[in-house]
Design a binder for this molecule. Structure first.
Ligand code: FAD
Length: 277
């Protein structure tokens, strides 16, 4: 839709041109959400896609995703890594998590990893991906400094995160130790093409990385919950972990009741456990 209160769209080419960013300004990435709803408080958009960040940088130690990496690019990474990095069995998870955001190819080719994380919706598919893979975020501050934090500390609630006015998400870092793990992915939604109600991802680290079992729960909860076990947990341990999620952290919206999400989380966690045993 037209954002008829917006008077200017600026496209910085260098880091120091991004600011000032005030309360009437918004960072513009793919714009798939910004242009989908009225934004009467906005006067100016600052388009970060002109900064020329490389979308994906693969090294032996990690994958760095720019905030401006699109879902189409990320999905293709699964195929590329399956061929080029046979030592990274987690490769299919990139495409699997993209499919948790059910949208047309036009949205996929525009929507960005950073936009998805910064919206901080419970059904944020990129939050599911990055919390399952020990993702850490780098955020640029308006004073020229940076800070780095786990994605699990970044999202604090439904549509809530730690970003201060003027902060810009720059990148996501996924360590090779998580990429060397086997993963299992489950998603359920009330309708076949519906928004995710529950996303559960299991990760079993390689023996060289300690052999941990990591379980992430997203969409069912207003912020990501990640549980770590020294090895594959028992059914009782899964129940115990699930029961540590506070009552008010279960998502309660049109895409599913908290009771249903709580029950489905355990069911999917059991499936993930069986697949990775
Ligand atoms: C058909 C359809 C289906 C969708 N399904 C889902 C879904 O299942 N789950 C879900 O979570 N969302 C969904 N969305 C919402 C949204 O389109 C996606 O979350 C998308 O990934 C947002 O990315 P974007 O680049 O388009 O963000 P934009 O619309 O450009 O920005 C979104 C918000 O993030 C801020 N922002 C963007 N980049 C940065 C940055 N680098 N630093 C700081 N702030 C930033 C913007 O200021 C804005 O507030 C859907 C949208 C459509 C149209």
């Amino acid at each position: 839709m037209d954002l008829n209160t917006v008077e200017a769209v600026v496209t910085p080419r260098r880091r120091d041109e991004v600011w000032p960013l005030g309360p009437d300004d918004a960072v513009l990435a793919g714009g798939t959400w910004l242009f989908s709803a009225p934004q009467p408080h906005l006067r100016r958009l600052v388009d970060v896609t002109g900064l020329g960040w490389p979308s994906i940088t693969v090294s032996n130690n990690e994958i760095e995703l720019s905030a401006t990496c699109t879902l189409t690019e990320l999905s293709a990474l699964s195929t590329q890594l399956t061929r080029s990095r046979t030592d990274w069995p987690a490769a299919p998870l990139f495409h699997q998590c993209c499919t948790a955001l059910l949208a047309s190819y036009k949205i996929w080719s525009t929507a960005t990893v950073g936009g998805n994380i910064c919206l901080s919706f419970p059904a944020g598919a990129m939050i599911s991906l990055t919390s399952a893979l020990d993702g850490e975020l780098v955020v640029w501050r308006p004073d020229g400094g940076d800070y780095r934090l786990p994605v699990t500390d970044f999202v604090t609630g439904s549509s809530a995160n730690v970003l201060d006015l003027g902060d810009v998400l720059r990148s996501v870092h996924l360590p090779a130790s998580a990429l060397r793990a086997r993963t299992a992915y489950r998603k359920i939604a009330p309708s076949p093409l519906g928004r995710s109600g529950v996303v559960v991802i299991g990760r079993r680290d390689a023996a060289e990385d300690g052999g941990r079992f990591v379980l992430s729960v997203t969409a069912a909860t207003v912020r990501p919950f990640v549980f770590e076990f020294a090895s594959v947990p028992s059914s009782a341990e899964l129940v115990e972990a699930r029961d540590t999620i506070p009552d008010d952290a279960w998502t309660d919206d049109a895409h599913g009741d908290p009771d249903w999400r709580r029950a489905m989380t355990l069911l999917l966690a059991e499936q993930v456990r069986a697949e990775l045993s």
